[in-house]
Design a protein around this ligand. Structure first.
Ligand code: SUG
Length: 450
């Protein structure tokens, strides 16, 4: 029996608003705002706690080390740590902000995952995303790879590939552009969505904002995971949707098992994509296509209705985990009510306050990476990553002890913040029983911290 384990990213101690993601309207709008890292982490943890309490297999991925001194040093800032921070703050505050981003919290961009039922060698395949479209996100790839290799360590069951080569032609943003459908426990159908084709100059492309995922990247992942081409579907995002702020597919569509909730303008040809999925998934497949008259693309982007999580309840019906913004918008709220009506695709909705993350364009679905695992595969994971009430309590205490409740850009140059961040991650490494994955631990020569 395979079930999705949701790996949520815990927002880190340097969570802030630097306006670095062009095409992500919330990120641009909140540039320079005062952030509250403690509240961000508590909101993320509350989501994990709520879903774990409902029996959803819930796991956690730790924050990355930030500010990332190796990145700043590689950019030519030299001296001791305090001098590196001071020089970067003076000469290139944008690079200091990029090196300090807590963006690894959005684990839907951590990797693309194919379960063992879908792959040629019967192992779970994970490709960490290279995230080359944005500098602050590209820094995540090596540490995500190290973390996934530490957790999915058993080579008989798991393959954690290297990220794809770091080139814009192979831009890859992970599971935010990938959905797996299935009607039973056998092989599923994997749906890959790209924003542009790097090798086809004639293909449509957005004019205003970047298309982050290329068709070539999606195809390479399908190949290296050993997927059956007959069970793989590719679709291109509508360029106008990207230009309206749909920087990932999960801003305009969400799917789970045999259900897809999608906006009519999500793809260049939404009708064909849905028909193809229906043909390949089989009669159980069900798509709810929301028309522009019911909710415009701009409204979908503003409310993040489609960035809800769809989670299976024990009876197989679907729970939708939506951001609070949906209920504050009459038309988005009406779509949710229609989905919830008898005979609709959703049995129940949970509405959560994730505003700290939402102000950076990260909703419930962005904060989690789904990893479909059999019971035996679950048992083979390393580390103490499954969230139960006891771990949630410990994480809450850890957040309250270490996180600030106010951060502004000038704080990033404060060497005390770097120290706090490192001390907190050292403690977290022990709490989660992970090996030393952070560079400051490796430099010290730490072996396994227990
Ligand atoms: O890549 N925002 C992230 C949000 C990622 C959302 N993920 C999914 N849709 N799956 C991004 O645009 C903003 C950081 C800043 O501006 O400080 C940021 O990186």
């Amino acid at each position: 029996m395979t079930a999705d384990v949701c790996f949520d990213g815990l927002p880190g101690p340097t969570h802030g608003y630097a306006g670095m993601s062009r095409g992500n309207l919330a990120s641009t709008r909140h540039a320079g705002a005062v952030s509250n890292p403690r509240e961000a982490a508590l909101q993320g943890l509350a989501k994990m706690r709520t879903l774990a309490a409902r029996g959803v297999p819930q796991a956690v991925l730790p924050p990355h080390e930030r500010p990332h001194l190796p990145t700043l040093r590689s950019l030519g800032f030299a001296g001791d740590d305090a001098a590196v921070l001071a020089r970067a703050a003076k000469d290139a505050p944008g690079l200091l902000a990029a090196s300090s981003s807590a963006s690894a919290m959005w684990t839907a961009n951590a990797a693309t995952v194919s379960p063992s039922a879908d792959t040629a060698d019967g192992r779970v395949h994970l490709t960490p995303a290279n995230l080359v479209s944005l500098f602050h996100r590209s820094i995540e790839a090596p540490i995500t790879t190290a973390l996934l290799r530490a957790i999915f360590a058993d080579p008989r069951r798991f393959v954690v590939h290297d990220p794809l080569p770091a080139a814009t032609q192979l831009g890859d943003e992970g599971a935010a552009n990938h959905t797996r459908f299935a009607s039973g426990d056998g092989p599923g159908v994997e749906f890959f969505v790209h924003g542009r084709s790097a090798c086809d100059a004639g293909a449509p492309a957005p004019g205003r904002y970047p298309a982050r995922q290329t068709r070539e990247a999606s195809a390479a992942i399908a190949r290296r995971h050993g997927l059956d081409p007959a069970r793989t579907v590719h679709a291109q995002q509508h360029p106008d949707a990207i230009d309206a702020g749909v920087f990932h597919n999960d801003v305009i569509a969400v799917g789970q098992r045999a259900t897809l909730l999608v906006h009519e303008h999500a793809y260049v040809d939404t009708g064909s994509a849905v028909a193809e999925l229906s043909r390949r998934v089989g009669p159980a497949f069900r798509a709810d296509i929301v028309g522009d008259a019911e909710l415009g693309v701009a409204e979908a982007v503003a409310t993040y209705l489609f960035n809800s999580q769809l989670v299976e309840r024990p009876d197989g019906s679907l729970l939708l985990v939506a951001p609070a913004e949906v209920r504050e918008h009459a038309r988005a709220s009406a779509v949710l009510d229609r989905w919830l009506a008898p005979g609709g695709p959703v049995a129940e909705a949970l509405v959560l306050d994730l505003r700290q993350s939402m102000r950076n364009g990260g909703g419930p679905a962005c904060l989690r990476l789904r990893v479909p695992l059999t019971v035996a595969e679950r048992g083979a994971l390393s580390g103490r990553v499954f969230v139960d009430a006891a771990l949630a309590d410990e994480l809450e205490g850890w957040i309250r002890r270490h996180y600030r409740d106010r951060l502004v850009p000038s704080d990033l140059a404060d060497p005390a913040l770097l120290d706090e961040s490192r001390r907190s991650l050292d403690e977290l490494t022990r709490l989660l029983r992970l090996p030393p994955v952070y560079s400051f631990q490796r430099q010290r020569g730490d072996s396994m911290i227990r």
